[in-house]
Design a protein around this ligand. Structure first.
Ligand code: NI
Length: 139
């Protein structure tokens, strides 16, 4: 972190009270850290708005491996996008269900598109993508 700058924010008292109870429930020790996280999240969202920005993401998928040829299709898609897929982890949850986490890295437009393609595959019970950052532009 660079040198710290102090600032004052004015806001409606009711809004501030709501914010304080919100961050207390989340476990923040103070307002500053909570506000820093909000700012970072907003900056990451801005990165994702630029098609050629280099970003990272995790895609979490839960599926039944007996469902048609889903396991093969998942593997095939990942092989075809070797430049974007950094790693993937597979956990056998029970006799039928699998959890797979795919880590992607690349230009935001292509990472987003591949994430959506994976989640939309027929047979995926639940899919979520976390769009994050390479972190170089955040402090
Ligand atoms: Ni499995």
């Amino acid at each position: 972190m660079g040198s710290a700058a102090r600032y004052t924010i004015s806001m409606d008292e009711r809004l501030l009270k709501k914010f304080d109870s919100h961050i207390a429930r989340k476990g923040y020790a103070n307002r500053s850290e909570a506000i820093r996280d909000l700012i970072r999240d907003s900056l990451v969202a801005e990165e994702w708005g630029k098609a050629n920005e280099k970003v990272a993401a995790t895609v979490t998928l839960v599926y039944n491996h007996h469902a048609s040829d889903l396991s093969d299709r998942l593997t095939e898609i990942q092989h075809h996008h070797g430049g974007l897929v950094v790693a993937s982890t597979h956990v056998h949850l029970d006799n039928d269900n699998c959890l797979e986490v795919v880590i992607l890295r690349g230009k935001s437009q292509t990472v987003r598109s591949l994430s959506e393609q994976l989640i939309a595959l027929k047979g995926i019970k639940h899919g979520k993508v976390v769009l994050t950052t390479e972190g170089k532009k955040l402090w």
